[in-house]
Design a protein around this ligand. Sequence first.
Ligand code: TYM
Length: 337
Amino acid sequence: MKTILTGLRVNSELTLGNYLGALLPMVRLANENSEDSNVNIFVPDLHSIISSIDGSLKENIFRSIKYYLAAGLELNKNIHIYRQSYIPAHSELTWILNCTAATMGETSRMIQYKEKSAGEKSVNVGIFDYPVLMAADILLYDANYIPVGEDQFQHLELTRNLALRFNSRFGETFTVPEETKSQVEFMNVEQGIRIRDLMNPEKKMSKSTLAENSKIMLSDSPEKAAKKIMSATTDSFGSIDFDFTTRPGISNLLYIEALINNRPLEEVVNEWKGNEHYGDFKKKVASSVFELLETFQKNLESVDDSKIEELFEAGEKYANEIANKKLFEVQKKVGLR
Ligand code: TYM
């Protein structure tokens, strides 16, 4: 059985970028594949503490899982939901990988590490080691597919390298996750998903951007979100076309429209290509975003914490069994057992 696995940090409210880049693809893949694949959805709470957290961590952990349910996740016996910190094997495997497979050189090249540490006087070691913990999250479960946004692809490559290196040194131990090209194909998208900043579309949409109109938060009222789409930066070419290099703004809106409605990008592009009425197109995207948030927020209200508690209990029992078995194999290989 294949394993599909992902996690979302919820240090603060999520953006439409997190929703379209990771949450929605995971929900769609889970609903399509969970009859004959394991689907592991976990909360990377140990990753959360590498940076500051808005509100209470405990509340955010529950919120993370509510988001999947509100986005339409259909539960069944192959869907496993757990918290990273409740599975101690994640931390132990991280240490073993640190010592046996990860190198300072490779880990220092991670773009997220460079971005997060740039200009900081003091950087915690967790920020540096965060991709190795991410690799442990994946390798303990022999995961094949890891739906994430494009900004996490470099960490997936690192995970593959660590698995290959460990296997070649100690013998076949870990399943090497699929390469990014196959990940993208499996997600049924044309390219890695990177939703852009609405005001500065050269950059990715990020929760840490200060400008309100640059990002759509999942807690924005549908009206407010629709207005942000209407005021998004486009271009002065005079007619609609798709090209992320020369026209990132309009291309971002075309991509958002395709992802929300689960339509091939090419189909949406062909429908609007050459059209001179940018305003009409923006209205269409604004109404897609409006409907998405309206339904999502309504669903969110109806999920209660006791349901999530039950899911965690069952998921953590399962995850501990699988992860401890793999950890034991690793401990034996390196001579600890
Ligand atoms: P995190 O919490 O920073 O981001 C969560 C997910 O949202 C995606 N994302 C985007 N996708 C498209 N456009 C954007 N503008 C955008 N912004 C964010 C991210 O790519 C990510 O998929 N290390 C991970 C969490 C993690 C994990 C794992 C994921 C820990 N262990 C194991 C998968 C497997 C992270 O910090 O993502």
